[in-house]
Design a protein around this ligand. Structure first.
Ligand code: ATP
Ligand code: MG
Length: 565
């Protein structure tokens, strides 16, 4: 029953189809067990989110389905606990749980070693003394078969002895490696006696100095999967050519569990990079402010920017899974974020580029409170009050001295509505005599339009957001744009560092926001009416100095009109 429901509700994709078929045939005794296997050598990015949603999502769809978190920590040189912690935080934030199943490949080092000894005893692995250059030479090419290593027929006893001594630390790095004995003439280069162990005299973030030999990824991954009883080992397409090796190791060792490796295309998004190596260099070279810089495609960056877990999950569902390479438009991710933020964000008023409006016929000391609904999209929304007084700020963008056709905002002699408050009419423009810059607008208000509607039925086409000058809070606002100015900074032959967008961050000081934001919580999304979605910066904002990140702009209707004409 459950299963039928699953099939009806969810769009089919080739991975679900494979699993459904397996369940029909009672393969794996009807079990579905996946894993998400990050290497803790960087922060997770939106591409990993696709893999997380897929692995944890699929497990959740099937009755009794499970998904493990496993750190593939086989390269001590690049890995760190900082990354282990951030990865766990990000997966939880995305809304998934591994329960008590967080594993580390390093937990299996002893077992992996034993299996390697077994391979040597079976004459399926040998210690090779070629150096890296020789190894490359002997490997052959796509069109040329490889050549057997002179060590290939080393007696089993000798390999066993050397392997033990490698473990004991008797040799320098690079002196020896352990290789699987498969086929140097295989058309698949991964099968030409791949290295499965190497010497690395480095401390590991979990096993310390216990080991000076470390297993290679391909060898480790399939055995780890099998040890954990994984049924479907979902990975990205670049591992397709590694699948014969995955299967070879498990077959030769006669492992009782043999997971099925299934590959899908990795996610690429326009105007950003998704390689951990490149993200790391952005951090190292201080091009961005750390892994959680809101311009980064990392989960930590998107979170700090104000993206919601739901919007990222929706995005991952929308893009689907396929076997062919594609680049997803960044606008689709933004669309998912806007869709969610529109539903959940509290509406407030904030003025990004303030211009003062003095309402000359409004009493000097008077303050009125206008009631505003926090979220009109939510039928149970709370309300708040917004103070109004003689001097308010509006956005510079909402005024034009010489309004072009179709501009319905404020201009000399024209009347607009101040949202929730009154109609005002611009009577006079005060400029700085030296620079010509507009300093202040003198307006009058119509007391008969209290609440923003006119008693005589008179309509205005423009509505501006505003904040009362004497009640407003100062804020810094950070406006983000694409980190790269080129749609595909990862294109072959291009140095991605030369494609950086110089305007990816604009810091605006002296912005004015309504006083209710004094008590704003971090991580809470706001819509500044008519401007965009914002959140407090989790790192730099303090009650004394508010710092907002613009998550995304609202679609600006005027910009659309202006760009058309
Ligand atoms: P590395 O080059 O360091 O291996 P990686 O991006 O593959 O980088 P992993 O930590 O190995 O990083 O990735 C964990 C899991 O996330 C893997 O199963 C990997 O296939 C998947 N993954 C990584 N990048 C993407 C992506 N862009 N789209 C979908 N899945 C991805
Ligand atoms: Mg990887």
């Amino acid at each position: 029953m459950e299963q039928e429901k699953t099939e009806i509700n969810l769009p089919s994709n080739f991975i679900r189809n494979i699993i459904n078929e397996d369940l029909k045939n009672n393969k794996n005794n009807g079990k579905v067990h996946t894993r998400f296997p990050p290497e803790p050598n960087g922060y997770l990015h939106i591409g990993h989110a696709k893999s997380i949603c897929l692995n944890f999502g699929i497990a959740a769809e099937y009755p009794g389905g499970l998904c493990n978190l496993r750190f593939d920590d086989t390269n001590p040189v690049k890995e760190d606990v900082e990354f282990v912690d951030s990865i766990q935080e990000d997966i939880k934030w995305l809304g998934f749980t591994w329960e008590d199943r967080c594993f580390y490949a390093s937990d299996y080092f002893e077992t992996l070693y034993d299996y390697a000894v077994q391979l040597i005893k079976m004459d399926k692995a040998y210690i090779c003394g070629l150096n890296a250059d020789q190894m490359r030479e002997y490997r052959g090419t796509l069109t040329q078969p490889g050549t057997d290593s002179p060590s290939r027929n080393r007696p089993v006893a000798e390999s066993l002895d050397l392997f033990q001594r490698m473990r004991n630390g008797e040799f320098e790095e690079g002196k020896y490696v352990l290789r699987a004995k498969i086929n140097m003439a295989s058309p698949n280069l991964n099968m030409r006696d791949p290295v499965i162990y190497r010497i690395r005299k480095a401390s590991h973030h979990r096993t310390g100095d216990k080991w000076c030999i470390y297993p290679m990824y391909d060898y480790t991954h399939c055995i780890s999967d099998a040890l954990e009883g994984i049924t479907h080992s979902i990975c990205t397409l670049e591992f397709e050519d590694h699948r014969p090796l995955y299967d070879w190791v498990l077959d030769v060792l006669k492992m009782p569990c043999h997971p099925q490796q299934i590959e899908f295309a990795r996610l690429n998004i326009s105007y950003t990079v998704m390689s951990k190596r490149k993200l790391l260099s952005l951090v190292r070279d201080n091009v961005v402010n750390g892994w959680s810089d809101p311009r980064m495609p990392t989960i930590a960056g998107l979170r700090r920017r104000g993206f919601t877990p739901k919007s990222i999950r929706d995005f991952c569902e929308k893009i689907g899974v396929a076997k062919c390479y594609s680049v997803v438009d960044y606008a689709l991710l933004e669309h998912c974020v806007r869709e969610d933020l529109n539903k959940v964000s509290m509406r407030v008023m904030g003025v990004i580029d303030p211009i003062k409006v003095v309402i000359t016929n409004y009493p000097e000391d008077k303050t009125e409170e206008f009631e505003a609904i926090n979220n009109p999209e939510d039928p149970n929304s709370d309300k708040r009050t917004v103070p109004f007084s003689r001097e308010v700020f509006i956005d510079r963008d909402d005024f034009r001295e010489d309004p072009p056709k179709g501009f319905f905002r404020l201009s000399p002699g024209k009347e607009i509505r101040l949202k929730f408050a009154y109609y005002i009419k611009c009577e006079e423009v005060i400029k700085d005599p030296a620079t010509g810059e507009i300093k202040e607008l003198r307006c009058t208000y119509d007391p008969e339009t209290r609440g923003g509607t006119s008693a005589d039925g008179r309509k205005v086409r423009g509505t501006s957001h505003w904040v009362s000058a004497k009640h407003a809070l100062d804020a810094e606002v950070r406006i983000y744009d694409n980190l790269f100015s080129k749609a595909n900074p990862e294109e072959d032959g291009i140095d991605f560092m030369t494609c950086l967008n110089p305007d990816s961050l604009k810091i605006l000081k002296g912005c004015k926001v309504e006083p209710s934001l004094k008590k704003a919580e971090k991580a809470k999304p706001f819509q500044f009416e008519r401007v965009g979605y914002f959140c407090l910066d989790s790192v730099d904002s303090t009650p004394e100095k508010l710092v907002f990140n613009r998550t995304l702009a609202l679609k600006d209707t005027w910009a659309k009109v202006a760009s058309k004409s």
